[in-house]
Design a protein around this ligand. Sequence first.
Ligand code: ATP
Length: 378
Amino acid sequence: MAQTVVQNQKGLKTLQPLDVELRNVFKFFNQEPAVHGVDLDVRQGEFFSILGPSGCGKTTTLRLIAGFERVDAGKLLIQGQLMTDIPPHQRPVNTVFQSYALFNHLNVWENIAFGLRLKKISKSEIASRVTEALKLVKMESLRSRVPSQLSGGQQQRVALARALVNRPAVILLDEPLGALDLKLRKEMQVELSNLHKDLGLTFVMVTHDQEEALSLSDRIAVMNQGKIEQIGTPSEIYERPQTAFVADFIGDTNLFSGEIAEIDAECIKISTKTGLTIIVNRSEQTSLEVSQNVIVSVRPEKIQLSLYPPNIPTNCFEGRLINVMYLGTHVNYVVELINGININVLQPNSYGSLPDRHTPIYAWWEKADCLAISQVDN
Ligand code: ATP
């Protein structure tokens, strides 16, 4: 089976088997590429998410892995085996759909056994597989209930058990929590994460919800217009976005477009189009050059506010508050900087009374808390 070298937190390198590999994969609909040269590896046992806005090609990518769509160009391998001519039911994968697609008139046991009966598997084999799947999702005691007598989390477990009876290597999840309200969604995220850990199987999930992807995944592929923008751990994606799209799509951020004016051993000086000078730490940004166009990204929670001029030599700008929004645990401030640009600032709600709109204010951030991203035209 194909393997990849993975470096752990202590710097040790180990070989990890790959369950899914996409190599320069294309899928066209009406001559338009829905999936455009996608390369990705999913490691055995990992929770891998494909995240992106509506229409970016994430569902098509999942359907290509499932075998519901044919790859037009490139290669798709599952557990090292080329999938070109392998139909969906012969692939070692199973899909859990958004709606769970449970049969309301069948009880839990029958819902799980349904697919196996269609495949004409013997009664004794069905019994042992359904029992095993029920045990894995801890639903043995509810085997006689119908879906309407189950909570959302329990229904999700049945949907997973129905995928597990086929003993797949990879579970594909298509927006599995998309139809739920926010509170239930949060509860189910915990359930799904626990199930993934208990089962030790590979999960590939498609979602447009960045918070869901960040909280559940070992690694995330961010897609945009059929292409992968970045693949990384949640913290890599959030803290070190490699493109302006990723910085903007994942969480809130303030983006400043500008040009590199100077680079020295430690810092990069950027002149923004709106007349600000921003200093960024040079670490990890060695590929940037003077005169290059860049986007500077600063997260709202990294920006500090002060009513008096702070003794900060860099990245400190005068402005005035134009909006103060109380959010319970946090307060969101919109500050109009002296150059007329608005920035968002998020601070914990620990100040007691909030300043009024129009209050003159200073906004500042550390060099290490902003990032210069090279601006490439797609
Ligand atoms: P959403 O979150 O809205 O489901 P998505 O990121 O999953 O979006 P896809 O469903 O993969 O996006 O669609 C990618 C592109 O391919 C879209 O432009 C879509 O209209 C197009 N597309 C998808 N399936 C088909 C199809 N069967 N026929 C024609 N075009 C399609």
